[in-house]
Design a protein around this ligand. Sequence first.
Ligand code: NAP
Length: 340
Amino acid sequence: MTFNLTGVNPVTSGNNAEIEQVKVLIIGSGPAGLGAAIYAARADLNPVVLAGMELGGQVSLTYLVENYPGFPEGVGGTELVELFQKQAEKFGGRIEFDSATEVKLNQRPFEVVTYNKVYKAETLIIATGASSLHLNIPGEKEFTGKGVSYCATCDGWFFKDKEVIVVGGGDSALEEGIFLTRYAKTVTIVHRRDALRAGPILQKRAKENPKIKFIFNTVLTEIIGEDSVKEVKLKNVLTGDESKQAVDGVFVFIGHAPNTQIFEGQLEMDAGKYIITDRLMQTNVEGVFAAGEAADPTYRQVITSAGMGAAAAMRAIHYLQEHAPQPQMELPRTTALHNK
Ligand code: NAP
């Protein structure tokens, strides 16, 4: 489900924007956000989830999730997210197709400005996830949507009987590359090293798939086309040899970066801009919790993100029991993390 915000200006706090007081505000609607929503809703806290423009985050772009417990035959990413949503709403959670544009964490209740209103939240759960990394090579931006894609489930259909390249050597590259063989004539996986990072099951499946070819020790240096992608320039990183290959599509799966920009300067982050939490999902600001890929550079699975969301909600529930609502007050800038 999408919500087009193009042309909509965010409200700015201080004008006549509608203000809503909430006990638990969850930013993000992937497994972490919806996992948190289910737990907070079941504690009768009527959490509000800012879903962004699309419900579900990255998993909703996944054709089949095969490693989430309870679904031995696998479950579609979109279907799984819809089940999470249904479960959260059943207990009183509310999903808003709206995005946070500004946060003020130096006051309680915390203030979150969105395109539609201003939320005053007693607790905040940040579950903003991560976004695909780009190659940053000539032609990539120009041909995005015209042959360059970051989502096989969304765009694979357009490449029926075509030649495509997949860039990357991790689980995403292989999983999505295998998915693309449903449509494409050939899928060439271009990886910058000679060893794949992906797990053994996916490696075996990809290597056994007759439509998949591999080019190792090689990077793309340019994407070339006219109305759409026609060819790519390749460079062997060991020999320096350059070559061109005709292709119809380039799918890029080279990892992710956390969506944490609006919290910069207010929350502690590591060098990769992942939010730092203690083992109770607490950030350096008391009452602000983080879960899922915004805070997790290590596991990044549906099950771990949903689990972190549940844990963050349980701590938010505990926090609300310990801290009665306060009139608006300034907070000290940071609170030291504990139990790290
Ligand atoms: P990833 O594991 O970080 O792999 C990224 C791949 O892209 C690596 O092979 C990396 O090469 C390559 N790469 C990075 N930057 C590059 C660049 N500038 N140019 C060319 N290649 C580049 O990312 P991911 O595959 O998206 O997976 C993310 C997480 O999700 C992982 O924890 C993964 O296990 C998980 N995941 C799991 C499943 C599943 O269980 N079915 C499916 C998808 C994802 P190097 O190897 O040389 O670093």
